[in-house]
Design a protein around this ligand. Structure first.
Ligand SMILES: Cc1cc2nc3c(=O)[nH]c(=O)nc-3n(C[C@H](O)[C@H](O)[C@H](O)COP(=O)(O)OP(=O)(O)OC[C@H]3O[C@@H](n4cnc5c(N)ncnc54)[C@H](O)[C@@H]3O)c2cc1C
Length: 365
């Protein structure tokens, strides 16, 4: 029976573990955090990702937990909506809080070994397997290793090289954190702009907790991307002197949130998603960025396909090649993010005015 190590127990890693176990393989999930990370705002499932979730039997619970946000309203400093965008889908799409999705995936697992609070330290591949040493646990042997460890993947660094080769910075940083639900209008995402910055609050009607959004324009910043204290320092530097609208309250909530998520708006572009006995899945291989609205979709579909190809081919090289050939086109389409971020975070006041004028004349769906 194939023994497969997966680094990262988020959406890609858990989906992959589920399907590998279901195909009769033995997956081990190693996650650096002490438990599954439940933070984040809403993520979208659509098309093939919904089909995969149906096959996993979780889709009824995904629909039951779905966020019921109607749209985005752009507000001025007095909290008056200056433009509204209806986001209700025609039915082909389900938005769910990221933490709810992670919890549903965890509940679906069986036959999966979990190791929390550890990380791969080194990989040594030979003819018939990979010897993996960990930061905490004892060295072990696996047939294959899969990196599902996100934008700053450790497995990618060890098997493919430094991340600077593969990350394309898209000129912005963003953060998601918990927010006081009194700060947002029920069932709307409220966004307040300053030139090159946005603070917002996401308020699903069926969740007690609201979520804060922050985005700001910036070239690449040098900081330790694993240090939450650094994330908070940077966020504070950019927003602390903003006193209009609800920026101060949202910032205070974010600075108090131990699960604040902060990162560069970057994409991952790689010429190949496998090297020998090591492959990558989800953001580690082809992050499209939160601006794409497709991160969860690509993670689920990619993990499902990778597991299916491994089940269908005795030779992992054949499986890895087919996985990549089957998914490249979808990734290419989803990585085209167009003007999404520029629309949410105009550079200057003229851009804000133009955006509001355009949004105001868009037809409501
Ligand atoms: C806390 C959090 C909140 C997020 N919020 C949003 C959001 O609101 N909107 C949005 O669009 N996207 C969000 N994302 C990103 C989104 O989850 C991904 O874009 C997408 O779902 C693809 O998932 P993934 O499993 O490939 O990667 P990720 O969800 O990024 O998961 C990677 C996992 O690997 C773990 N990990 C990292 N390094 C190591 C290591 N060395 N060893 C072991 N484990 C490691 C991480 O702790 C994490 O659990 C968030 C991600 C996280 C981790």
């Amino acid at each position: 029976m194939r023994e497969i190590l997966i680094s990262g127990a988020s959406i890609a890693g858990q989906t992959l573990a589920y399907w590998l176990a279901r195909h009769g393989m033995r997956p081990t999930l190693v996650e650096r955090a002490p438990g599954p990370r439940m933070g984040g705002n809403g993520v979208d499932l659509r098309d093939q990702a919904i089909e995969v979730a149906e096959r996993m039997g979780i889709m009824p619970r995904v629909r039951a937990a779905a966020a019921d946000v109607q749209g985005i309203k752009f507000v001025n400093a007095s909290d008056r909506a200056v433009a509204r965008m209806d986001m209700r889908s025609a039915g082909g799409e389900v938005e769910i809080m990221r933490g709810d999705l992670v919890a549903l995936l965890s509940e679906a697992e069986s036959g999966v070994e979990y190791v929390f609070g550890d990380s791969v330290r080194a990989l040594a591949e030979d003819g018939d397997g990979v010897t993996v040493s960990f930061e905490q646990g004892a060295t072990r042997r696996f047939d294959l290793v899969v990196g599902a460890d996100g934008l700053h993947s450790t497995v990618r660094r060890l098997a493919f090289g430094p991340e600077q080769r593969f990350l394309r910075h898209k000129g912005h940083y963003f953060a998601f954190a918990n927010a006081d639900s009194a700060l947002g209008e029920d069932r709307w995402v409220s966004m307040f702009n300053l030139p090159g910055k946005m603070a917002g609050v996401y308020r699903s009607g069926n969740h007690a907790q609201a979520k804060a959004y922050f985005i700001f324009r910036s070239g690449l910043l040098a900081y330790d991307h694993r240090d939450v204290g650094e994330h908070k320092r940077l966020l504070k530097e950019v927003f602390a002197h903003e006193t209009s609208w609800r920026v101060r309250e949202l910032l205070d909530g974010a600075l108090d949130d131990p699960d604040l998520y902060f990162d560069a708006l970057s994409q991952v572009r790689m010429p190949s998603w496998s090297s020998g006995r090591v492959a990558l899945v989800g953001d580690a291989a082809y992050c499209a960025s939160p601006a794409s609205g497709a991160g969860a979709e690509l993670a689920i579909v990619g993990a499902y396909r990778l597991a299916g190809e491994l089940a269908g081919a005795a030779d992992h090289r054949v499986a890895f090649r087919r996985y990549e050939e089957g998914l490249r086109e979808l990734v290419r389409r989803k990585q085209r993010i167009g003007p999404n971020v520029r629309m949410m975070v105009p550079k200057n006041r003229l851009g804000m005015w133009t955006r509001n004028a355009v949004v105001s004349v868009l037809p409501r769906s």
